[in-house]
Ligand binder design. Structure first.
Ligand SMILES: Cc1cc2nc3c(=O)[nH]c(=O)nc-3n(C[C@H](O)[C@H](O)[C@H](O)COP(=O)(O)O)c2cc1C
Length: 200
C-alpha cells in the first residue's frame, strides 16, 4: 500500500512531552509535543519542532527557557486539555488541573506527577515559513526515583511513559513493551571480522 508523503507521521510511534513555560507576564502554559527528540547520544541538547503560532514558542522566545516534562500513561485527559487553543492570558495549569513543581535552574515550573523533568535553555532557532526548530540545552535533569535505577535507567514497564500513534481521525495513546532482547552498546562497535570469527 502507498501512503501520502504527509502521512509519514503515521508510520512510527511518537513520544509525548508536556512543554511547560511561563510568559513574560508570568502566565503558566503547558502543551503536548510529539516532535521532540534528544540530539544524538550522549550530548545534552534536544530539538523540538513548533508551528509558528504557538504560545509555547512565544514564551520560549520571551524567556529563553522551558521544561520538557515526561508524562506517564494516565495523564491523557490533561494532555488533551493542554492541547486546546487557549488565549495566552489563560493559565493552562489551572485549566488542566496540573500541579506545578518548582524548577531548579529555570523560572518555568515543572509538572507534578510526571516521570522526568528536563529544564532547558534556548540555544538556537532554525526558522522556516511554517515552523521553527527550537534547539534547547538541558541545564538540569531530574527524574522520579521510584521509576529509575541509581544509574538513571527507566523501569519503563512500570513507569509507562506516554507515547502516541497518529491516525486518520485521531490518535491512540501508547506505552512501551519490552521485546525480550537487550543489547549492550559495545555490540555496536564489534568489528564484522570478530563477529565472523566468533561464529566459526
Ligand atoms: C499528542 C500531541 C502532540 C503534539 N505535538 C506538537 C508538536 O510537536 N509541535 C507543535 O507545534 N504542536 C504540537 N501539538 C499541538 C499543540 O500541543 C497545541 O496546538 C497546543 O494548543 C499548543 O499550545 P500553546 O499555543 O499554548 O503553545 C501536539 C498536540 C498533541 C495532542
Amino acid at each position: 500500500m502507498i501512503l501520502k508523503a504527509s502521512q509519514r507521521e503515521n508510520i512510527l510511534p511518537l513520544p509525548i512531552v508536556l512543554i511547560s513555560t511561563i510568559s513574560k507576564e508570568g502566565i503558566r502554559n503547558a502543551a503536548p509535543w510529539s516532535n521532540f527528540t534528544p540530539i544524538l547520544r550522549p550530548l545534552d541538547e534536544i530539538v523540538l519542532a513548533s508551528w509558528i503560532k504557538r504560545d509555547t514558542l512565544n514564551n520560549i522566545r520571551q524567556t529563553g527557557e522551558f521544561v520538557a516534562n515526561i508524562p506517564p500513561v494516565g495523564m491523557e485527559d490533561a494532555v488533551m486539555v493542554c492541547a486546546r487553543n487557549y488565549p495566552p492570558e489563560v493559565d493552562e495549569f489551572e485549566e488542566a488541573d496540573l500541579k506545578a513543581r518548582p524548577s531548579v535552574r529555570v523560572k518555568a515550573p515543572g509538572i507534578d506527577g510526571c516521570l522526568a523533568w528536563a529544564e532547558c535553555t534556548l540555544q538556537e532557532e532554525i526558522v522556516r515559513d511554517k515552523f521553527v526548530l527550537v534547539i534547547g540545552k538541558v541545564v538540569h535533569l531530574e527524574v522520579d526515583d521510584r521509576f529509575f535505577s541509581v544509574q538513571g535507567e527507566m523501569d519503563f514497564q512500570r513507569a509507562k511513559p506516554m507515547g502516541v500513534i497518529l491516525g486518520q481521525n485521531g490518535m491512540s495513546f501508547t506505552y512501551p513493551e519490552f521485546s525480550g532482547r537487550h543489547a549492550e552498546y559495545k555490540e555496536m562497535f564489534q568489528s564484522p571480522a570478530i563477529r565472523k570469527k566468533q561464529s566459526v
